[in-house]
Design a protein around this ligand. Sequence first.
Ligand SMILES: Cc1ncc(COP(=O)(O)O)c(C=O)c1O
Length: 394
Amino acid sequence: MHDFEEGWHRCLDDLDRAGRRRRLRGIDRHGDGGLEIDGRSLLDFSSNDYLGLSQHPDLITRAGDFARRWGAGSGASRLVCGNILPFATVEEKLARGKQAEAALVFVSGFQANSSILPALFDGKVLGAEPLVFCDKLIHASLIQGCLAAGVRQIRFRHNDLGHLESLLEQHRNEIRPRFIITETVFSMDGDRADPAGLARLAERYGAFLYLDEAHATGVLGDGGFGLAKGMAGPRCLVMGTFSKALGGFGAYVACTKALRDYLINRCPGLIYATALPPAVLGAMDAALDLLPTLDGRRAHLAASAERFRQAMARVGLDTGASSTQIVPVMLGTEDRALTLAHALEAEGMLGVAIRPPTVPPGSSRIRFAFSARHTDEEIDRLIEAMIRLTGRRA
Ligand SMILES: Cc1ncc(COP(=O)(O)O)c(C=O)c1O
């Protein structure tokens, strides 16, 4: 008889030996945004709650209101009887904010990317198998979508439009539909794509542009509606999440009405998943109302990240091409990243070591994610610890 457990143990032992075994840690959160791990309070520089909205009273109240009005669960998928009224309100607010014809809410960002791409790449609908051009560093959920669709990814160097153009040019004579898949802000690097440049290339080569705004939504763009605000249309889909700066959970796409209807009919991640619970919709609804009023928080967040970046640059620590609230400090080896993350934690600060396979080998780093809740004093505490623990001189 096959010994299933033996295989799993062997795999875990291999990960242990390589120092790559991941473990879940119990986290306690305080209402003030504080974090506790194993009974120790930590200053959190790791979460994606960039605007601190997960603790905002409006989101918490409306989540409670919606749960009291519609219940704890939605009971069924949206196509059966789970499509409670707030979906329409949230999607209208989103479409307006994104300046798109329509919007569609999904259960999560991972589920959206991994199930929308196979629906878009359907060779029978397109009339031919597509050519799919992907930035080399796209998120695992987008890769999963490509894998599920069975397409070969043609990968261009990270944010390198010249390279993308040369690849598009190489395939110019193939009569197949083209897709360009990328993110507007990259989650592990904190750098930005050039949406206008991408749109120009997509236009020139007749490609469809798929933009993931998971880390731009709420933080960047006019009113916090992202870097691709106004871009969704017949040749562009913009997706994003509510799980990061919007403080809640779930995801959305902004697109045309036709594409919305197509996804409702052909996207298994929407068709075969239970609709989001009412409380989650309540938090979404409140976050969308707040978003245009948060310029102050966005400005403070941008200033905090810049304060940290400049301090790192002054002592020769490399923050890559970061220009957003996500600031990696590049350390190279896994060992260096892990040792520094542990040392920071011992001083009461949480910055998570990011290692392969999440990032390419040799580019291990600590990913610092700032929040509008951080004070200047807290940023300075982190700066001082980083300089001291890396043996730099201020
Ligand atoms: C770029 C990107 N897309 C999609 C996702 C998935 O979103 P969610 O966490 O809402 O499932 C993430 C999450 O980390 C992400 O970083």
